[in-house]
Design a protein around this ligand. Sequence first.
Ligand code: GDP
Ligand code: MN
Length: 382
Amino acid sequence: MDLFEYQGKQYFARFDIPVSPGDKADTVEEALAAAEAAGYPVVVKAQVQVGGRGKAGGIKLADNADEVRTHAGNILGLDIKGHVVKRLWVEHASDIEDEYYASFTLDRAAKKHLFMLSAQGGVEIEAVAESDPDAIVKLHIDPVVGLDAATARQAAVDARIPEKALDGTADILVKLYRCFSEGDCDLAEINPLILKPTGEVHALDAKVTLDANASFRHPEWAEYAETEELDERERLAKTHDLQYIGLDGTVGIIANGAGLAMSTLDVVNQVGGSAANFLDIGGGANADVMAAALEVINFDQNVSSIFINIFGGITRGEEVAKGIVEALGRVDLRAPIVIRLDGTNAEEGRQILADAGIPESKLRSEPTMLDAARAAVALAKN
Ligand code: GDP
Ligand code: MN
């Protein structure tokens, strides 16, 4: 679950990571009140979950109430890369002497936490990685050992962060790691981490992704659900309790089991197509689940064909087939289905589909996953 900057900063504050005083604002009036409370000069910041807000006109400094009124009015409603600004964060403006980058993420391949630090902050880290990869210090952290102050300080030295910012940076890194690990984040990123002329170091931006698997031990996260930015397809899928992730391709995918669903995405990609979604219907491929899955896929305007990939284990082929036949009676699909049905009682299942008299233009069966992927991709391209 991705947090907005203001939520990320509030999360940081719980771990004593220094941030500027500020408040959120949904209207110009609220922005004025927030500015008053933070103290001028202030910075008015668009709250959207996309980078490069500054360049898009979503971040403006204001010296007085008139400027806040102008900027807040302009930024509210602004479209930043497809995200419409509904909320602002207004904080006391900082003097910036230097900008750094710091982040903790999970490196799944290494089974460790990945710590990245650079003295080149304030720009996209991907750009730094491309132009000057040596400017990024990367360190794996063993979650059992954690990150101590000495290691953090040495990393800052290695990243060529100036002497006067070393202690402040090391202190924040240790706190940011605590935020990341104890706070159950998938990502905790500060870009930029700034050095002020006074010598203080502090977080000017916050990018936090919470690990939804840990939500059971964070009842306080419930408040984030209200502002969570799901796409409309994902919102619909959630109402049906489906394990769905929206993607931007044209082949709608339904599979049973997360592993098979991911393999299905790979095979569709391998034969030159692109998946519109990930959708795992699990073991319960009955008519209700199938109808819900088809409804969500049908809602996606980019879908031009649907690939149902079922390997029956506990899930039985004839139940899947009955589910599909019944679901087709309930949902009026725009796109044709290609199904690969294998495993337990697959033959019975295929027979049920054949007997249902569904025209070939609406549903066809293919013997293997690869054949089905080819057929679905060909249909999507027509
Ligand atoms: P992003 O571009 O969407 O990641 O937004 P950031 O919060 O990182 O801000 C982008 C840039 O705006 C920063 O790198 C700063 O250069 C500038 N900026 C943001 N807040 C302040 C501030 O308080 N004072 C000054 N002088 N510049 C700021
Ligand atoms: Mn930033």
